[in-house]
Design a protein. Structure first.
Length: 96
């Protein structure tokens, strides 16, 4: 209960301070953010971050598949029929 009151109090204080700053300050901050986003150096770093995230996601998926055994024919043979319980995965076929 105390955490909720603290959270509400902080929110109220932020609202009051933000209201006092007014629309002019908001417009200044928004313009600075637009300039930062359109900066070529920032755009380059964003592109690099997207590439790194995509690579990391791909390798994580590959590692998960290795752990589960998806993709290797011997893994489904060793596990039995290769079926999945209904509703467990994509579609309602129940097969992998």
């Amino acid at each position: 209960m105390m955490k909720k009151l603290l959270f509400l109090g902080a929110g109220a204080a932020g609202y009051v301070l933000g209201a006092k700053a007014g629309r002019e300050r908001y417009d200044q901050i928004a313009e600075q953010a637009r300039r930062l986003r359109s900066n070529p150096a920032v755009q380059e770093k964003v592109g690099q971050a997207k590439h790194v995230a995509k690579d990391a996601t791909g390798s994580a998926v590959d590692k998960a598949k290795e752990k589960v055994g998806v993709g290797s024919p011997s893994s489904s043979e060793a596990a039995g029929t290769g079926t999945v319980p209904p509703g467990f995965g994509v579609g309602s076929e129940g097969t992998v």
